[in-house]
Design a protein around this ligand. Structure first.
Ligand code: HEC
Length: 133
């Protein structure tokens, strides 16, 4: 009986911890200055191949080749992250995605210096749009 009680308490803590991390993940506030940034190379699909190359070089190790989080490094990460094809990501503005890529958070690296070229950042964002389910 005592064991069952202890187990219940332990499960409550686990459930609390997970609900907390899910809330933390979705609550990634993007300053309004970035939210409505204009994508300068929108609709230029002929650059898709370049975006894919950049994505594969910088992002695939964690996010996987189709953005679904099955990259080689993914199993070593403790920060939960969504598939980039998920509606929760695709429904964000280009500016929101830009902000998250450039500044990072937790185990999502900061790419300010690693991808200093503005155009390359937007090419990656355009490529992420092609991963939509
Ligand atoms: C070292 C592993 C790693 C690499 C490399 C990486 N990411 Fe991430 N990424 C993460 C993690 C972990 C999160 C979740 C961060 C959080 O919520 O605190 C994340 C979150 C994101 C998000 C936010 C998704 C959401 O749910 O709102 C986007 C967009 C993103 N990454 C795009 C990229 C792009 C584009 C690249 C390459 C330029 C990249 N990431 C490289 C680990 C990585």
């Amino acid at each position: 009986m005592k064991k069952t009680f202890q187990l219940t308490i332990a499960l409550c803590f686990v459930a609390f911890y997970f609900s907390f991390t899910i809330v933390a993940q979705t609550d990634w506030a993007v300053p309004s200055k970035y939210k409505n940034l204009r994508n300068p190379i929108i609709n230029q699909t002929d650059f898709a191949e370049q975006g894919k190359k950049l994505y594969n070089a910088h992002c695939m190790s964690c996010h996987g080749n189709m953005g679904n989080g099955n990259g080689l490094k993914a199993t070593t990460l403790t920060t939960p992250f969504r598939s980039l094809s998920a509606a929760e990501v695709q429904n964000q503005t280009d500016g929101e995605i830009y902000y998250k890529i450039v500044f990072g958070r937790n185990e999502m690296p900061n790419f300010e210096r690693r991808i200093p070229n503005e155009e390359e950042r937007w090419l990656i964002i355009n490529y992420i749009r092609t991963l939509k389910n």
